[in-house]
Design a binder for this molecule. Structure first.
Ligand code: SF4
Length: 470
């Protein structure tokens, strides 16, 4: 009888659970085929990031299917990004372990690594937030969604760094993916909701004999401590540990299980910062600014203030394309003033919204009983569905814009956005109800959940501004 970390499957779910387990066995037996697929994806990836740079920018009449640049744009930002995010919620980090070209290249480089120990600066827990925020903001400064050279700089630069880290640290490992990848934190957070995960049966592990000297051990490339693994966050779903010591297998679990019953035991302040200020703050600002009347007002106000003082150079000068968007032929140039207001706008949005989310959750924690940082961080985890939904919808806007440009009817988008936001909001409130229920009951539970729901409502308002109000 299975007794892994998630709730035991029952009834009808038994068949589905066996099917999921068989997928885990299949993965473990087909590592060579997986590597072949990874090399194929890496090849396609390299063509898509390098090809457009050596191709002219597309004319206005070009289509996704007639111009490599537009095709690459659609592939990366219209499909790859939003749907890889969605896949985290559905099948955990399978993308990382089975398809990601950057992870595969980093691991391949690691075979020839100097084998150095991973230094402390790499294991700093703040990287997931810092790397996500810097990449998101830089992407906006250089218009990464529109032009090929910034794509090469951002994605290509990240790939080169991943290979370089692989060549220096660890051996046959993915040190880059585990600690430094700019989306590692976001993927780790979203994978907590996945209904499938590799699970460890602690009792079976303890009963199993220790591997003999010379017996092959599992090479878990993202360095997951297998014996104590309770979270899907760091696991890349590669399948290599399936069956190890008769105690690890892929299994079904309730999508709420990890957030409610596991996340509270391992509070991580940096993860809270990533959720509140990164995914629900920086991301909101990054998608807001192009349509925000506040952005336009701030820019005009500052421009007038500068002109009145005879300081016109910030309005007249730009910077190279790798610092600020600079494509005069496309009539698309960001001045220094544009860049300054952009940075200020995204930072202010992140601080304002992130700060308010934090305040509302702190009040909810206090209402539920004596304030404790551990409880606060646990409650922050209940906003993960909204954080993921927001980032997905923001990226999906690029998909919609590209589909609209191709003449595809997009009348359904507004309804889809409303349904996803409503679903994510309901999920967050339900999670808050469950988590608060671990601490208190009765009216306190109701009041604390209502307070947490205010944070959810604020997030919905933030996205509604972009989709319907502005
Ligand atoms: S725990 Fe490690 S070896 Fe096991 S599936 Fe996850 S990434 Fe692969």
């Amino acid at each position: 009888m299975w007794s892994g970390s998630g709730p035991a499957p029952a009834g009808l779910a038994d068949g589905a659970d066996r099917l999921v387990a068989s997928v885990g066995h299949w993965l473990s037996r087909h590592q060579r085929a997986i590597r072949h697929v990874q090399w194929a994806v890496a090849l396609i990836y390299l063509v898509l990031i390098i090809g457009p740079v050596i191709t002219d920018l597309p004319p206005r009449t070009a289509h996704v299917w007639t111009h490599l640049t537009l095709f690459a744009q659609f592939a990366f930002w219209g499909i790859w990004w939003p749907f890889v995010l969605l896949s985290m919620i559905l099948v955990g980090r399978s993308w990382c372990g089975l398809l990601c070209p950057e992870g595969a290249l980093s691991e391949a480089a690691s075979r020839y690594s100097l084998g150095r120990h991973v230094p402390r600066w790499i294991t700093w827990k703040g990287w997931p937030f810092v790397a996500f925020a810097l990449t998101t903001i830089y992407g906006q400064m250089v218009s990464v969604y529109q032009y090929p050279k910034p794509v090469l700089a951002v994605l290509g630069g990240s790939t080169v760094a991943a290979i370089a880290v692989g060549l220096v640290y660890g051996r046959n490992k993915r040190v880059w993916c585990r600690y430094l990848c700019p989306v590692n934190g976001v993927f780790a957070v979203l994978a907590k909701m996945a209904p499938v995960a590799f699970q460890v049966d602690g009792a079976a592990w303890r009963r199993s004999p220790h591997p003999r000297a010379g017996q092959a051990l599992v090479n878990c490339s993202p360095l997951v401590p297998l014996k104590t693994m309770r979270s899907a966050s760091p696991c890349h779903m590669c399948g290599r540990c399936d069956g190890f010591r008769g105690s690890i297998r892929l299994g079904l679990r309730a999508p709420n299980h990890e957030i409610v019953h596991v996340a509270g035991d391992t509070p991580n302040p940096w993860e809270t910062v990533l959720i509140l200020f990164g995914m629900m703050g920086v991301a909101l600002g990054a998608f807001h600014w192009t349509t925000s009347p506040c952005f336009i007002d701030a820019k005009q106000g500052l421009a007038e203030w500068l002109v009145e003082r005879g300081l016109t150079w910030p309005l007249e000068h730009s910077a190279p394309w790798f610092v600020l968007t600079n494509y005069p032929a496309q009539n698309d140039v960001m001045t220094l003033l544009d860049g300054f207001v952009l940075l200020s706008y995204i930072s202010a949005t992140a601080i304002l919204f992130g700060g308010l989310f934090g305040l509302l959750l702190a009040l909810a924690t206090r209402i539920a009983g004596p304030f404790s940082a551990k409880r606060f961080h646990h409650l922050a985890q209940t906003l993960i569905p909204m954080a993921g939904c927001g980032v997905f919808l923001g990226l999906f806007s690029i998909t919609v814009t590209m589909l609209r440009n191709e003449g595809v009817p997009v009348f359904w988008v507004s309804g889809l956005r409303a349904a996803l936001l409503a679903g994510a909001a309901t999920w967050c409130v339900w999670l808050a109800w469950r988590v608060v229920g671990l601490w208190t009951g009765g009216l306190r539970r109701v009041a604390a959940t209502v307070q947490a729901a205010a944070a959810v409502a604020l997030a919905v308002y933030g996205w509604a501004l972009l989709f319907w109000i502005w």
